[in-house]
Design a protein around this ligand. Structure first.
Ligand SMILES: C[S@@+](CC[C@H](N)C(=O)[O-])C[C@H]1O[C@@H](n2cnc3c(N)ncnc32)[C@H](O)[C@@H]1O
Length: 287
């Protein structure tokens, strides 16, 4: 059997999946360690028995709806290739709007950025990759996520990042010019049994108590303490959570609160600005 024939056969086998042909190509690229162009020019190349056996195993995993990114251990985000594992969420294109907005607000000035719940480091590394004036700290409660983020940063030759374990702000000791976060925000009750592919992702990366708003509340309620005056917060949320997130930010005194849509047309992020505080040495701020 040659490359073309295997792609045709596996596309039919994966007919339960809308991206059957693309997934078949991704599997063959992964097993043969080849790129898209190679497939085009070498479609008649014969597969070895060992390759066919390996492909068969992976095809079954995909047929059982394991996400292709977990099978190939890779996912592209912000045009960078990230390594992922079963301990990290698969980066979503929906999140790229957060990176875009962060860079727009930061401009070219020197800035420190904190990424809460960094996962494989996709947000932190993407922001850091855009400007050497940025220094990005990524934290996560999951040790394996931190190891993966460090690995990705090194592999992509991004030096203006640091990653460590923290339960949200528990190990944060300084202030930042910007806080970004894509926290877990799915309401578990709503999603139970709805999406088989989600069941492969770590629950700690997906679900949040209080109708999905529990962690967003924790982050916003503590953010001001860790932001410099005039610092920004950008938070990702579910497309139906826009109004609640705006309300939480306004209640905490953030200014310029505004939501933005992702490239799929859904409201996905909300931003807020910590007010400028002019300290008066004659006022006792602790009273
Ligand atoms: C939705 S994922 C986001 C991953 C990555 N930033 C992205 O955008 O693809 C949420 C992340 O928050 C982390 N997380 C969950 N609870 C946390 C906590 N209490 N403190 C810090 N991180 C936490 C999870 O381990 C997971 O990596």
């Amino acid at each position: 059997m040659n490359i073309k024939q295997w792609i045709q056969k596996s596309t039919i086998k994966l007919s339960n999946i809308h991206s059957a042909q693309l997934d078949s190509k991704l599997l063959i690229m992964y097993v043969l360690k080849i790129n898209k162009e190679y497939i085009i020019f070498h479609e008649k190349k014969k597969l070895t028995c060992k390759e066919i056996k390996h492909l068969k195993k992976l095809l079954i995993r995909r047929y059982l709806l394991e996400p292709i990114a977990y099978i190939t251990k890779k996912k592209e985000f912000w045009s960078l290739n990230f390594h992922i594992s079963k301990y990290t969420l698969i980066p979503r294109p929906d999140t790229e709007i957060l990176v875009e907005k962060a860079i727009f607000l930061l401009g070219n000035k020197k800035a420190t950025i904190l990424d809460l719940g960094t996962g494989c480091g996709n947000i932190a590394i993407s922001i850091a990759s855009m400007n050497n004036n940025y220094f990005v700290t990524g934290v996560d409660i999951n040790k394996n996520a931190i190891l993966m983020a460090k690995y990705n940063s090194k592999k992509l030759h991004i030096n203006n990042t640091t990653f460590f374990i923290s339960n949200w702000f528990s190990n944060i000791k300084k202030k930042f010019h910007m806080i970004v976060s894509n926290p877990p925000y799915i309401n578990k009750k709503e999603f139970k049994n709805r999406n088989k592919e989600l069941s492969f992702e770590p629950k700690i990366a997906l679900y949040s108590p209080n109708m999905g708003l529990g962690y967003i509340n924790i982050i916003i309620n503590n953010a001001k303490k860790y932001l410099h005056s005039k610092g920004w917060i950008i938070i990702e949320h579910g497309f139906q959570q826009k109004n609640q997130v705006k309300q939480i930010l306004k209640k905490k005194g953030f200014l310029h609160v505004q939501s933005y849509k992702d490239y799929g047309g859904n409201y996905r992020i909300t931003i807020g600005n910590k007010p400028y505080i002019q300290y008066n040495k004659h006022i006792n701020y602790n009273s």
